[in-house]
Design a protein around this ligand. Structure first.
Ligand SMILES: NC(=O)c1ccc[n+]([C@@H]2O[C@H](COP(=O)([O-])OP(=O)(O)OC[C@H]3O[C@@H](n4cnc5c(N)ncnc54)[C@H](OP(=O)(O)O)[C@@H]3O)[C@@H](O)[C@H]2O)c1
Length: 289
C-alpha cells in the first residue's frame, strides 16, 4: 500500500515536471523527444491536415517518428505532404484520405479504414474547423449554423469514431483543438465560433470524466490555442499576442506529448489570459476579444 502510494506520488511529480517543461520550453521538450523518437511504431490520425495547425502538427509528429493518417478535403495538399514527409522520414508511413467532415458517415468510414490499414490508431487529433461566424441577429444564420455544425457536430462524430476505435483497442489518446474563445461568451463575430469551441471542450471533458468513471486507459486532451496566424485568420488585422504557425504548432504538439488534460497554448501568455477571462466581469471580457 505504502509502495503504491510512493509510486503514485513519483509518477505524478514526473508528469507535472514533463508538463511544466513542455509549457515553458516547448522546443527543448520536443528536441528531447526527437532524440528518443518518441513516436516510433505509433500512429496519429489528424483531421484538417491540409493547412495551418493540422499540417504543422503532421510535420512535427513525423519528426518524432509517428506514422500518420491524414485527412481533409484538399487531397492535392495531402498528397504533397505525404511525399514531403516520406522523403524526409523514410521510416514512417503516411496515408491520406479525402474527408469532408460535414459528411458524418464518411468520418466513421475513413477512421475505420485508417484503423484497418495501420492495425491500430494511437492518437486522434480532432482539428478540422472553420472560423467564419458572424454577429448574432444580423441575418447570417446560415454561416453561424455551418460553423457550429463543423466545429461541434462534426467534431462529435470524430470523437464518436475515435472513441469506438479506442474502446475496441482498450487504449488511445483523443485530442480536441478548442480555442481560447471557448473561455467565455464572446461578442461580435466570435459568438457562435466561441460557443462551438466551448461545446467541444465540454464534450471532451465529459468523455474524460467517463474514462475516469469506467477506468478505461484512454487519455483525453483539450487544447485551447490563442491567436496563431494560419489560413483561418489570414485576412485579419494584427491579433493580440499572435504567433506564427511554427511557434503555435510546437506549443500544441509539446502539450499533447506531455499528455495534458487541458492546455492554453502558447502557455505564455495564454494560461494567464485564460484565467483572467474566466474570472473577469463580462463587461471587461467583451472589450478584449
Ligand atoms: N489559428 C488560430 O488562431 C486558431 C485558434 C484557436 C483554434 N484554432 C482551431 O484550430 C483548428 C485548425 O485551424 P487552422 O488555424 O489550422 O486553420 P486552417 O489553416 O484554415 O485549417 C483548417 C483545416 O480544417 C479543414 N477543414 C475545414 N472544413 C473542413 C471540412 N468541411 N471537412 C474537412 N476538413 C475541413 C481544412 O481542410 P480542407 O479545407 O482541405 O478540407 C484545413 O485543413 C480549427 O479547429 C480552428 O478552429 C485555430
Amino acid at each position: 500500500m505504502q509502495n503504491k502510494l510512493i509510486n503514485l506520488v513519483v509518477k505524478s511529480a514526473n508528469q507535472s515536471k514533463k508538463q511544466i517543461l513542455s509549457a515553458v520550453q516547448p522546443s527543448r521538450y520536443l528536441q528531447d523527444l526527437n532524440k528518443k523518437q518518441a513516436g516510433q511504431n505509433k500512429t496519429v490520425l489528424i483531421t484538417g491536415a491540409s493547412s495551418g495547425l493540422g499540417e504543422g502538427m503532421a510535420r512535427l509528429f513525423a519528426k518524432l517518428g509517428y506514422n500518420l493518417a491524414i485527412c481533409a478535403r484538399r487531397v492535392d495538399r495531402l498528397e504533397c505532404l505525404q511525399s514531403e514527409l516520406t522523403a524526409a522520414y523514410p521510416n514512417i508511413r503516411v496515408e491520406y484520405q479525402t474527408l469532408d467532415v460535414s459528411d458524418y458517415d464518411a468520418i466513421f468510414d475513413v477512421f475505420n479504414a485508417f484503423a484497418e490499414k495501420f492495425g491500430s490508431i494511437d492518437r486522434v487529433v480532432v482539428n478540422a474547423g472553420i472560423g467564419d461566424s458572424r454577429r448574432i441577429g444580423k441575418g447570417r444564420f446560415d454561416t453561424n449554423r455551418r460553423t457550429v455544425e463543423i466545429n461541434f457536430i462534426s467534431a462529435l462524430a470524430q470523437c464518436e469514431a475515435a472513441m469506438s476505435i479506442f474502446r475496441a483497442q482498450n487504449s488511445g489518446h483523443l485530442v480536441v483543438i478548442s480555442s481560447m474563445s471557448a473561455m467565455r461568451g464572446m461578442p461580435k463575430h466570435l459568438t457562435a465560433y466561441g460557443a462551438s469551441k466551448a461545446g467541444l471542450a465540454h464534450l471532451a471533458e465529459g468523455i474524460r470524466s467517463d474514462m475516469l468513471l469506467t477506468k478505461l486507459p484512454i487519455k483525453v486532451s483539450t487544447i485551447y490555442p490563442g491567436y496563431i496566424r494560419t489560413e483561418i485568420n489570414e485576412n485579419a488585422k494584427p491579433l493580440p499576442f499572435e504567433v506564427d504557425a511554427d511557434t503555435g504548432t510546437k506549443a500544441i504538439v509539446a502539450a499533447i506529448e506531455a499528455g495534458v488534460e487541458e492546455a492554453c497554448v502558447p502557455s505564455l501568455p495564454w494560461s494567464f489570459v485564460g484565467q483572467a477571462l474566466k474570472h473577469l466581469p463580462l463587461k471587461v471580457v467583451s472589450t478584449v476579444s
